[in-house]
Design a protein around this ligand. Structure first.
Ligand code: GLY
Length: 385
């Protein structure tokens, strides 16, 4: 099947001699991991989010959780890779459980939820009902836009501490707005996406290309008054997944706008990430580049997977081989015994060693659903090159 050929190609790019029987093992293992998604019971309230390998317990969440769309997206993507219609049929079943999220305006995450499920479904089939869900979700997302700030509000919690928080992750939600403008013919969604991207470009980045996690704005003046972290090691550190969201987000914004400033920022942050002195040899970063316990800090495979997918696209626009080499290295590393879950693991996941929220002591060094999602997307994007 195609994915296996792709993995083999990725390995050949980074390793001189590829052991054939080893490649076959990886292929067989991936097939088993894919099957584990079909083995997972259908449950409209139990989207798999992460898993403890110590206890074997799968953490399940309802559709309102920010991660719910990734499992659905993984089913769509495995269908794209294998052509096995069982994955497509199952994806359509789970997609239906997500639809109510189009009206959920409690956070910016409507973008992650709907675009990673319905948006991925639209790559597979031109379904007008899915397009209508994307447009309705975009309508919901723009209710969180503040004209004075020029951004979409990310979170509603901690209102007594943060007046108007915007996190770098929010760049990922703009794809929903760009697509909604295409589907509806109404430019208002795209205009808001561009304003959000421009405000983020102005306030989120440091001179070395790295990004802050959270910028808190004053809603009276529109001024960025605090630059802090929520999930990172400290306010001025570089939380690895945040860097990846930034590169993915600005590369994607370049796709829709051709604004060279977006490409310039994506390149600056990508170079910071790839060339960082604390980047391990295998290309899978520690969860935060500035954790003082490195090299004993946990890795974040999800940050590597998001970056690998983003850099296949960045390579398309720049033709800089450095980006493609990094993506190849990550696909190769994540396909090794160290990261790929073996057949004994009974849970709908593919990769180990992602880190969700270390300061909260939550989801550290374990399988997390979005790591799998961007790993599969990176492979699919490579195929399309
Ligand atoms: N958007 C939340 C995270 O990256 O963990």
């Amino acid at each position: 099947m195609f994915v296996f050929a792709m993995l083999s190609m990725a390995c050949k790019t980074t390793v001189n001699a590829q052991n054939h029987s080893k490649t076959q093992d990886v292929n067989a293992l991936l097939e088993k991991r894919y099957q584990s998604l079909l083995d997972y019971p259908i449950d409209s309230l139990g989207f798999p989010r992460s898993m403890s390998l110590k206890t074997g317990v799968v953490k399940k969440v309802p559709s309102k959780d920010w991660t719910s769309g990734f499992f659905v997206g993984n089913l769509w993507q495995i269908y794209q890779l294998t052509g096995d219609s069982r994955f497509k049929e199952r994806a359509a079943v789970w997609n239906a459980f997500m639809e109510k999220e189009k009206l959920n305006n409690h956070s910016h995450d409507v973008g992650f939820k709907i675009f990673c499920s319905f948006g991925k479904g639209l790559e597979v089939e031109n379904n007008p009902k899915y397009k209508a869900v994307v447009i309705k979700s975009a309508e919901t997302l723009i209710t969180r836009f503040n004209k004075k700030v020029g951004s979409i509000r990310s979170w509603d919690f901690n209102k007594d501490i943060w007046e108007f928080p915007v996190i770098i992750d929010n760049m990922m939600n703009l794809e929903l707005l760009f697509e909604a403008s295409k589907f509806s013919g109404d430019a208002k969604y795209k205009k808001i996406a561009i304003q959000h991207a421009n405000t983020t470009l102005k306030n989120h980045f440091r001179k070395d290309g790295s990004t802050y996690h959270v910028v808190v704005y004053d809603t009276i003046t529109g001024v960025a008054k605090n630059k802090i972290t929520f999930q990172g090691f400290k306010d001025d550190s570089s939380w690895a997944r945040g860097q990846s969201w930034a590169v993915y987000g600005f590369t994607m914004c370049y796709r829709y706008t051709k604004d060279a400033a977006y490409l310039k920022q994506a390149e600056a942050t990508a170079k910071y990430f790839i060339n960082h002195k604390n980047m391990p040899e295998d290309g899978i970063p520690y969860w935060d580049f500035n954790d003082t316990s490195i090299p004993n800090a946990p890795r974040d495979a999800s940050a590597a997977a998001v970056m690998a997918s983003a850099l296949v696209e960045l390579y398309k626009y720049t033709k800089d081989e450095m980006y493609l080499n990094y993506s190849n290295k990550v696909i190769h590393s994540l396909s090794s015994d160290k990261y790929l879950l073996n057949e004994t693991v009974k849970g709908p996941f593919i990769l180990d060693h992602s880190t969700g929220h270390l300061p909260k002591n939550d989801e550290i060094d374990e399988p997390i659903i979005y790591g799998d999602y961007y790993f599969l997307e990176a492979i699919i994007r490579k195929k399309a090159l």
